[in-house]
Ligand binder design. Structure first.
Ligand code: SAH
Ligand code: AVI
Length: 329
């Protein structure tokens, strides 16, 4: 439904249907029957998972969000000026708290026309679409409840020079080969006159990175365990969530964080919707996320492999995080 707001419009389109319940089922079937069990991170983000992620962003140990916001505050005006952006198509927008910095810069430059948040989390897309349509009079908002790996063909045609923010370091959740494949798949969405704005966490002292994923308040542990609640609810599984522990460590060779869930004792889990029984040995670990950390070389290499070129990489004075502007080569 399209509702007018002071000459603007807000509309939310969902591309997640019954087939997408199948993707969770397929991912769980694949993941739990592998020799090294694994679940993909996109299933963290039901309404509670999205709330827990927002709580993570406020943690003292989780430097990423506040650092990325500082970089955007310092550079948004320059980014908007250099790109002539009139619309944002934001991938994995979540609650889009940092996006305001870009929208404000576009409003100040007089170029703000449209905002398109794209996220699998229906609750966050609806909330952000309503909020921003209210806050920015005249803005046209088209929210897409969609999987950015499968549904980018449903994006509206560009309204003018487009910026595609992909913030929060979410690109780091792809393993290296899939990361390049995914970046390649963004070329049509970015278009010949558009730019990608990519947030990446940077390689640094492993103790700082490990602390960010092992916070003292235990919020990241709850976020990690939430995926078991999702599988229980959506697929009628009977994971005993209290029998799993959160594990997060920095793999120094691959330079990524790995999050896992460790079974504290031997156990059997039944997944009703799949008619599947899975055994966990004592201390067996299941991988739930990787979060790759970047160097400028890694970033350039990935962009080049995707047929893109780095325009500029903006970082904070401590070199913790980077926000990079890139375009089709
Ligand atoms: N951009 C926000 C949120 C990052 S959290 C920030 O920087 O703080 C990652 C977001 O990506 C979540 O909102 C999650 O729901 C979304 N997400 C993860 N996998 C996705 C997928 N395959 N398609 C669409 N959204 C996805
Ligand atoms: C969204 N993503 C980039 C976050 C990260 O840091 O990898 C998710 C997260 N996992 C644990 N804490 C935060």
């Amino acid at each position: 439904m399209t509702e007018p707001t002071l000459q603007g419009t807000v509309e939310v389109r969902s591309h997640l249907g019954p087939d997408d319940e199948r993707t969770l089922a397929d991912d769980v079937l694949d993941g739990l029957t592998r020799p090294l069990k694994e679940l993909p991170p996109k299933h963290f983000y039901d309404a509670r998972g999205s709330e827990l992620f927002d709580a993570i962003c406020e943690l003292p140990e989780y430097y990423q969000t506040r650092t990325e916001r500082l970089i955007l505050q310092a550079r948004a005006e320059e980014i908007v000026q250099r790109t002539g952006t009139v619309e944002l198509v934001e991938l994995g927008s979540g609650s889009a708290t940092k996006t305001r910095v870009l929208l404000d810069a576009m409003a100040a430059a007089g170029t703000l026309a449209r905002y398109v948040p794209v996220d699998v989390s229906a609750t966050t897309v609806h909330a952000v679409a309503e909020l921003f349509a209210d806050e920015y009079p005249g803005l046209s908002v088209i929210g897409l409840v969609a999987d950015f790996e499968r549904h980018l063909k449903h994006l509206p045609a560009p309204a003018g020079p487009r910026l595609v923010p992909f913030l929060g370091g979410t690109i780091g959740n792809f393993p290296p080969g899939s990361r390049r494949r995914f970046l390649r798949s963004l070329r049509d969405a970015i278009g010949p006159h558009g730019h990608l704005l990519l947030g990446t966490d940077l390689v640094k002292d492993p103790r700082v990175v490990e602390a960010a994923y092992n916070d003292s308040a235990g919020v990241t542990a709850q976020f990690n365990l939430n995926v078991l609640h999702v599988v229980n609810r959506e697929l009628g599984a009977n994971f005993d969530v209290s029998a799993f522990e959160h594990v997060a460590f920095f793999d120094r060779e691959r330079e990524w964080i790995e999050m896992r869930l460790r079974a504290s004792e031997p156990q059997h889990v039944r997944v009703e919707a799949l008619d599947l029984e899975v055994a966990f040995a004592a201390r067996e670990e299941m991988r739930t996320e990787i979060s790759a950390k970047f160097t400028p070389q890694r970033l350039r290499g990935d962009l080049a492999a995707a047929g893109m070129e780095l325009v500029e990489m903006f970082t904070d004075p401590d070199g913790l995080f980077a926000v990079s502007l890139a375009r089709i080569a």
